[in-house]
Design a protein around this ligand. Sequence first.
Ligand SMILES: Nc1ncnc2c1ncn2[C@@H]1O[C@H](COP(=O)(O)OP(=O)(O)OP(=O)(O)O)[C@@H](O)[C@H]1O
Length: 296
Amino acid sequence: MQLPALRAENLTKRYGRVLALDALDLEVRAGEVFGWLGPNGAGKSTTIRLLLGLARPTAGRAMVFHVDAADVTVAHHLLAHVPADVALWPRMTGGEILDLLGNTGPGVDLKYRAELIERFELDPSRVAGTYSTGNRQKVALIAAFATRAPVLVLDEPTSGLDPLMEMQFRRVVMRARADGRTVFLSSHRLADVEAVCDRVGILRAGRLAEVTTVGELRTRHRTRITVTYDGDPPDLGWAAGVDDIEQTGPSALTFTVSGPPGPMLRELAATEITAISVREPTLEEVFVDYYGTAAR
Ligand SMILES: Nc1ncnc2c1ncn2[C@@H]1O[C@H](COP(=O)(O)OP(=O)(O)OP(=O)(O)O)[C@@H](O)[C@H]1O
């Protein structure tokens, strides 16, 4: 059995009266893309700070392969990270900062770094003080992915990126996976995680609610769909997985679908559909579906 890339054993963090992380036991396999999902305040960043050795556990421990995360100088030869709020040296250019960051980690693949600068359309000649939030995030992403670290730990890595850049991010994660690297990324957006992850852990008020595959997650949550049509409405009443059908306009229906969309698609194909819009549920809605209540 290969050693897990990341491991939490009874990992606990208390801030005064707040139990930010409660006895977490978790293993992230080497080579997988693992999503760390939870609503605001669930404890995602706390977990990441513990994995990075930026905070001390109240109890338990975090391991990066065979190294205790608290042993920062050794552990950080095995991982690269992107923090939630990227702070850069304002008078240095993006390029200078990439060099600086490259000199502190486990080594950089310069050829790949140049490719990443292109992909993310970063202008490395500008000083960081002029960068937008998204640009600062790009610098941190480029610096992390261009390292040779086998593990990447990313805290809400796409929060400042526009949709095109988010697509680039997804490609870069897939490439890291193909190269056998392990990616651990936190998000409160289901869609981000579903697009790139093999498995997800769902954190709720400091506690691990469950670990599941993205495929399994998809079969359980409900997607809301609106269709407009010409002529007769689609007869969705008997289509498996379709629920909550509502007439939302003179020739518009809104409904939810869970599980395989085949039966719904067959019914829609038999009708003259003129437009379709699909909205993925928010994490809060998924929680309501799973547990009957929204979460902290
Ligand atoms: N330094 C701190 N001092 C006191 N409380 C803290 C500290 N850091 C985090 N907390 C508390 O711990 C809990 C978990 O916070 P954490 O930042 O880990 O959540 P999160 O899941 O990352 O949320 P978000 O998506 O909003 O970033 C919250 O209740 C938060 O207020």
